[in-house]
Design a protein around this ligand. Structure first.
Ligand code: IMP
Length: 201
């Protein structure tokens, strides 16, 4: 099924973060009239699914049904092979209520140490879903693979960026200029795929 969203269409970004809604509008090349779910007073659903795509679809579906408008949601995180994919969909939660990613990164290192794991392979995933109020949904996933490095390096990024070195690079995401990271990131890949699915021209 091809689902096209016309230029200028109103699109709900299923987030309560106004900054994220603006970023989403820009990543979609300014084609749509993006409004944050928070600004419409929509409730924030619990992320009860077990996969990135599952959670993105759940959030997009709830926002579309509650608003009567097409809605876009994302879900992303870091997965570590030696930890069976953890923290994965729990990436934000590992940072605790204070959103302390120093703590989250220490937790990753401690878990690897506990298991005497030498394997440093890890990947970031970004899932995006657009749901229409009358039922259909489009979901895509972007992924970037690399290796974990301890101690972490660089202060340019956010979240787990300091401990992630993408394959083929000597620098971590935390050391890269934002534009360089944006050219290869899981989020960029996911938006490329979504745009291919949504844009008619
Ligand atoms: P979400 O907002 O529920 O999708 O949570 C995503 C979490 O995954 C964030 O809080 C970050 O910790 C982590 N994450 C996702 N993408 C990145 C990235 O590009 N760099 C660093 N951390 C990321």
């Amino acid at each position: 099924m091809t689902l096209i969203l016309p230029r200028g269409a109103r699109l709900v970004a299923a987030t309560h973060n106004p900054g994220k809604a603006k970023e989403i509008a820009a990543l979609l090349d300014g084609r749509f009239d993006v409004v944050a779910a928070g600004a419409l007073g929509l409730p924030e659903p619990d992320e009860t699914e077990t996969t990135f795509v599952g959670n993105a679809v759940l959030k997009a579906r709830k926002a579309a049904d509650a608003s009567g408008l097409p809605a876009l949601a994302d879900d992303s995180g870091l997965s570590v092979r030696a930890l069976d994919g953890a923290p994965g969909i729990f990436s934000a939660r590992w940072a605790g209520p204070a959103k302390d990613f120093g703590l989250a990164m220490r937790k990753v290192e401690e878990r690897l140490d506990e298991q005497h794991a030498q394997d440093r392979f890890a990947w970031f995933t970004c899932a995006l879903a657009v749901a229409w109020p009358d039922g259909p949904v489009v979901a895509v996933e972007g992924r970037v693979e690399g290796a974990l490095v301890f101690p972490g390096r660089g202060e340019k990024g956010f979240g787990y960026d300091p401990i992630f070195r993408p394959e083929g690079y000597d620098t971590t995401f935390g050391e890269m200029e934002p534009a360089a990271k944006d050219a290869i990131s899981h989020r960029a890949l996911a938006f490329e795929k979504l745009k291919a699915a949504l844009f008619a021209d």
